[in-house]
Design a protein around this ligand. Structure first.
Ligand code: SF4
Length: 199
């Protein structure tokens, strides 16, 4: 049984798949405690892989995002294989502290990760890296993450701690990171679901 906080339909708000209609499964529990975390990942219900597959089928969703908390704390392979057998695109959002087992990595359609300052990076590669621009985040750390973690896309996401959104800090940092590169690898990612006032 998986501990789950919520299941909801919305649009992906961030990164390469911004605007994509998805069913989100938010798993409960995280192995980090980021001071600006605004995600409630407390357990509200327990569902098996079959329960979740039935819910996804009933929703008709063709894209599912597994998020948290930290979903890689859980044994996700039966669920992901079941979804893929049903033709569902399955993305995961992880904090990069856990490397998925090879079978799970192979089964996932897309890996988006948001490593956290001061936390270890165990993930070996990803499709998309999103770094939250919060206290202490600077160009040296961003470049160290990029060197450590190969990915197709790299984004800076302004921290929203409930009192201010650090857009200008993120844009300044973006300028520093991209200044010397003829093909600027870093881009801005805003939490468009918040701007649109959707879940
Ligand atoms: S890794 Fe994500 S869910 Fe976990 S505490 Fe940090 S921001 Fe919150």
């Amino acid at each position: 049984m998986y501990p789950i906080h919520e299941i909801f339909e919305s649009l992906q708000g961030e990164g390469r798949h911004t605007g994509r209609p998805c069913l989100f499964i938010r798993f409960a529990g995280c192995n980090l405690a980021c001071p600006w975390c605004d995600t409630d990942h407390s357990p509200r219900l327990r569902l098996s892989a079959n329960d979740l597959l039935a819910r996804v089928e009933a929703s008709g969703a063709k894209s599912v995002i597994l998020t948290g908390g930290e979903p890689l704390l859980l044994p996700l392979l039966p669920l992901v294989l079941g979804l893929r057998e049903r033709g569902v695109w399955v993305a995961i959002e992880t904090n990069a502290t856990i490397e998925p087992e090879p079978d799970l990595r192979e089964a996932l359609s897309y890996i988006a990760t948001s490593p956290k300052l001061g936390a270890p990076i165990a993930l070996t590669r990803a499709d998309e890296v999103r770094l939250v621009v919060a206290d202490g985040v600077d160009a040296a750390w961003c470049e160290a993450v990029r060197a450590r973690l190969p990915a197709t896309d790299y984004y800076l996401s302004p921290c929203d701690d409930g009192t201010r959104l650090r857009v200008h800090e993120a844009i300044t940092l973006l300028g520093r990171l991209n200044a010397a590169d003829p093909t600027p690898p870093w881009r801005l990612s805003l939490q468009t679901h918040k701007l649109a006032d959707i879940p």
